[in-house]
Ligand binder design. Structure first.
Ligand SMILES: *Cc1c(COP(=O)(O)O)cnc(C)c1O
Length: 389
């Protein structure tokens, strides 16, 4: 089980991003954690090893990443996975046939697909609710409900859930509260401090931040729950390789800098878009016109670089998407480079059209992941892309 080093918690966030979970290599003094590219470890004799037996169970590079992100989320235990979805799938193995989960209706498309197309075949049931109103969470709880899975802000409509209010409901009904913190990153939001039991990420996004690996990670405090997740991770084996763990760890060193810059760029671009197309067409929690702006200010320490904009028709969206030069048309988010995407045909293509419409993911909706380029280049790029629209 990978525990964060206790003394890492005495440092502030930006210091933790760089140092937490890592110590210079004792054999050489190398300041960077070595990429321990091995499948097995030689044992001295029966039952006599150096704490490592086989790399599905434990790898020092992976452990450095797990300790680092655990410290960033203010949690004790971290478990890294081969993807964000691999993490979610392994967490679902905490449950058993007959269990029911309450899930935010606006969760990541892949999370919904895993639940709706695969996990239902194993006897799990799910209720998808609009968690902007915490009362709807309480209303969806049944005698066999065991957990609550939330994402805030949501993709791509930037809807928020009040995590403190949700956790009060989870406590009252004895539910395990699990939060996908991929969009906000621990720079802007710490779900464990707001009452979550488990926080998880697609490290593919902000934590790595350089669009060069796929990974997932979860962080939690409870020792018994951590032992169960350790058992699942080793049994089911959705673990990351040492190279990808190392890339994610290299990424977290600049996490604070990158997310603050994406946040600054996001604010400028959201303001520009609101002027250009009208604030009712721009979805960004940092805009005073966002219906949950007050909650965003209370629960998050910034608003981030994710923005959605309603272009009214697919044709207009397509015209704009084809014109951008600095933004790139691609799925994913959270990298140093700015990306732009069309949720209805890309990230949400696996969601049935009727359900998409009900969620508000229209054919004209475009999502921006603002990177850390010079914001004036991003604004000029959008200005030419919006010409005549
Ligand atoms: C990308 C993403 C995931 C899935 O992560 P992968 O690393 O792509 O498997 C889960 N949740 C959110 C919010 C995401 O953006």
């Amino acid at each position: 089980m990978t525990r964060a080093f206790d003394d890492d918690f005495k440092y502030r966030f930006a210091t933790r991003t760089i140092h937490a979970g890592q110590r210079p290599d004792p054999t050489t003094g190398a300041i960077m954690p070595p990429i321990v590219q091995t499948s097995t470890y030689v044992q001295r004799g029966l039952g006599d090893n150096q704490g490592y037996e086989y790399a599905r169970g434990k790898n020092p590079t992976r452990e450095a990443l797990e300790r680092n992100v655990a410290a960033l989320e203010d949690g004790k235990h971290g478990f890294a996975f081969s993807s964000g979805m691999g993490c979610t799938d392994s967490l679902m193995k905490l449950f058993k046939s007959g269990d029911h989960l309450v899930v935010g209706e606006n969760v990541y498309g892949g999370t919904y697909r895993l639940m709706d197309k695969i996990l239902v075949n194993f006897g799990l049931t799910f209720s998808y609710v609009d968690t902007r109103d915490p009362q709807r969470i309480a209303d969806a709880v049944r005698p066999n409900t065991v957990a609550l899975l939330l994402e805030t802000p949501t993709n791509p409509l930037m809807r928020l859930t009040d995590l403190k209010a949700a956790s009060a409901i989870a406590r009252k009904h004895g539910l395990l509260m699990i939060v996908d913190n991929t969009f906000a990153s621990p720079v802007l939001q710490r779900p464990l401090a707001l009452g979550a039991d488990i926080v998880f990420h697609s490290t593919t996004k902000y934590l790595n931040g350089h669009s060069d690996m796929i990974g997932g990670i979860c962080v939690l405090n409870d020792d018994d729950l951590a032992a169960r997740i350790q058992f699942i991770a080793n049994s089911a084996g959705a673990v990351p390789g040492p190279m990808d763990s190392w890339l994610a760890l290299r990424g977290t060193k600049t996490l604070a800098l990158r997310v603050h810059q994406a946040d600054a760029n996001g604010r400028r671009i959201a303001e520009w878009l609101a002027k250009r197309v009208g604030e009712q067409r721009v979805f960004y929690p940092g805009l005073p016109s966002h219906p949950q702006h007050e909650l965003a200010k209370r629960q998050m320490s910034g608003f981030g670089g994710m923005i959605s904009v309603e272009m009214d028709t697919k044709e207009r969206a397509n015209t704009m998407l084809k014109r951008v030069r600095v933004f790139s048309l691609a799925e994913s988010l959270g990298g140093v480079e700015s990306l732009i995407s069309h949720p209805a045909s890309m990230t949400h293509a696996s969601v049935e059209p009727a359900r998409r419409a009900q969620l508000g993911v229209t054919e004209g909706l475009v999502r921006l992941s603002c990177g850390i380029e010079d914001v004036d280049d991003l604004l000029e790029d959008l200005d030419q892309a919006f010409a005549g629209l």
